[in-house]
Design a protein around this ligand. Structure first.
Ligand code: NAD
Length: 374
């Protein structure tokens, strides 16, 4: 059975679907891995690395004509004619936002799996590319903040004077937020976290950060471990808290999201104007509209002395790491479909198979029935 690894063609996309290490693991299981020449260059994997791992490195036609194509981004229009009729494709898909693409792939009778559709149940954590990418975004968000901040994160007493530690506020303590908290803490900053879900308190504190709270009793728990939209009273109370924090902290990193809704606006223009010159804000929710009123999605700019990082492609800015983790997620998902070797079949009773499947031989399978397992 052949697996194709194309070079991602989306602008500035540096990731590749699998690393050479994963290539070797798939080759050992009996798959023939066809890698497009230069596919790994952005992630610092050379053609020779893939060849040494057992891949056949060649031109794109052969790669897209493989039995199973593994990609990071959903295919662009230019890639559609290259995909094999009745083939299998696994990539990020976001079917709700990409209906036209799903129709085009259906017309080619493709079997399509969305890495973003993998059910978030315990058993499927190993395939959870959304969490892998969120973890990277949280880490890289802090690195970007440090890069644009004019001081140390850690406090120091030196012969040249005493340096106070930076103060970092992280709003939203899901996967990305906890990663940002852990990273900022490990760099020596004073870190504070806030979330609407009660269970996050212990997680924030276990990372050595302070958990901030408001004086309103309201559960933030939605379905499936995600957040629900909060009442206007709660949002007002948390924004009052953030106003006070903005006068004090050097860096604000926001990660608050609610599935299927625009990101809640939590940091107003006035709060940004209240921050000291030289402060940095990183809006990890910017692709969903942003938590910060002054964010420009995808852009880096300075507003009234405050550097705004609105990048929407942070995983691609840490491409070796993200390709390595994504490659582990996607290859383990693929191997779970069969007997763990090259023998590949689809058990439609399997919740992970059924949940992540968007098309089966061109037939629309999304959205799947609600999950049974926790
Ligand atoms: P997310 O990216 O959807 O949201 C980020 C965070 O924003 C959440 O913690 C949410 O509570 C918070 N938030 C929303 N509105 C807010 C507001 N007004 N103010 C402050 N914070 C707000 O979340 P995620 O990181 O994808 O996952 C959230 C949770 O889902 C995880 O912490 C975990 O419990 C669960 N999860 C489970 C699995 C699994 O079992 N496989 C995998 C991933 C996540």
């Amino acid at each position: 059975m052949t697996i194709g690894i194309p070079k991602e063609i989306f602008k500035n996309e540096n990731r590749v679907a699998i690393s050479p290490v994963v290539t070797a693991a798939l080759a050992k299981k009996g798959f023939t891995v066809n890698v497009e020449a230069g596919a790994g260059v952005g992630a610092k994997f050379s053609n020779q690395d893939y060849e040494a791992a057992g891949a056949r490195v060649g031109d794109k036609n052969k790669v897209y004509d493989s039995d199973i194509v593994l990609k990071v981004r959903a295919p662009a229009a230019a890639e559609l004619p290259l995909l094999r009729q009745n083939g299998t494709l696994i990539s990020f898909v976001y079917p709700a936002q990409n209906k036209e693409l799903v129709d085009q792939l259906a017309a080619k009778k493709i079997t399509l799996f969305g890495m973003d559709c993998v059910p978030r149940i315990s058993r499927a954590q190993v395939f959870d590319a959304l969490s892998s990418m969120s973890n990277i975004s949280g880490y890289k968000g802090v690195i970007e903040a440090a890069n644009h901040f004019g001081r140390f994160f850690t406090g120091q007493i030196t012969a040249a004077g005493k340096v106070p530690p930076a103060k970092v506020l992280v709003i939203g303590g899901g996967v990305a937020g906890l990663s940002a908290i852990g990273t900022a803490k490990s760099m020596g900053a004073i870190v504070r976290g806030f979330d609407t879900r009660a269970e996050v308190k212990e997680q924030v504190q276990s990372l050595g950060a302070e958990f901030l709270e408001v004086d309103i009793e309201e559960s933030g728990e939605g379905t499936g471990g995600y957040a629900k939209e909060m009442s206007p009273e709660f949002i007002k109370a948390e924004m009052d808290l953030f106003m006070k924090q903005c006068k004090e902290v050097d860096i604000v990193i926001t990660t608050a999201l609610i599935p299927g809704k625009p990101a809640p606006k939590l940091i107003s223009r006035e709060m940004i104007e209240a921050m000291r010159d030289g402060s940095v804000v990183v809006d990890l929710a910017s692709e969903a509209g942003g938590n910060i009123a002054t964010t420009k999605p995808g852009e880096l700019y300075v507003y009234k002395g405050v550097t705004h990082v609105g990048y929407t492609d942070l995983p691609s800015r840490l491409p070796t790491q993200s390709s390595t983790l994504y490659g582990n997620n996607i290859s383990k998902l693929l191997l779970s479909f069969g007997d763990g070797k090259e023998n590949y079949y689809l058990d439609m009773e399997d919740e992970v198979v059924r949940g992540s499947m968007v098309l089966h031989n061109g037939e629309l399978m999304w959205p799947p029935p609600p999950p049974k397992e926790i």
